[in-house]
Design a protein around this ligand. Structure first.
Ligand code: ZN
Length: 160
């Protein structure tokens, strides 16, 4: 069975940046399940999976526009410390999560002042060319519940 729209693909991966630095190494971990064709992962990776089958291992290079988007300079914000869970632990360069109207958002701390914090709202991987090594562990038909939810369910269980 080949990866196609409305199939569930289980895969493991390793993610590196342009410098060859490994950012995530999930190749030998339990596979993640994705419902193909529903935008469950960044577009560049989803497109590259199409047509592959169990056992395939391959490299995918994803440009920023098909990944986490370009880095934008106007995404730096000065926010009150009250928006942060543990303001005393904040240090420049660290990543932390903010609760926003759109859910949780990962931000990078730039500067910590007495009452305010400067953060970069860009996704940490915005502007990065992403290098994936992908291994396909399984391809199966989606269940009706998965199709109606628009995402894969672990082990095909329809409750979560
Ligand atoms: Zn669901």
């Amino acid at each position: 069975m080949n990866v196609a729209k409305n199939k569930v693909v289980l895969l493991t991966y390793q993610l590196s940046n342009d410098d060859g630095e490994i950012l995530e190494d999930m190749l030998e971990e339990d596979p993640i399940a994705l419902l193909h064709g529903h935008g469950n992962v960044i577009r560049g990776l989803e497109q590259a999976l199409t047509g592959h089958q169990v056992g395939d291992e391959f490299d995918v290079v994803v440009e920023p526009l098909d990944g986490y988007g370009p880095r934008r300079d106007d995404q730096v914000r000065r926010l009150s410390k009250k928006y942060f869970n543990q303001p005393k632990r904040l240090k420049p360069g660290m990543q932390t999560t903010l609760q926003t109207d759109d859910g949780q958002r990962t931000v990078t701390v730039l500067k910590v002042g007495g009452k305010v914090v400067d953060v970069d709202l860009n996704h940490p991987l915005a502007g990065e060319r992403l290098h994936f090594r992908v291994r396909i562990a399984e391809v199966r038909d989606a269940t009706p519940a998965e199709l109606s939810h628009g995402h894969a369910h672990a082990d095909g269980h329809d409750h979560h």
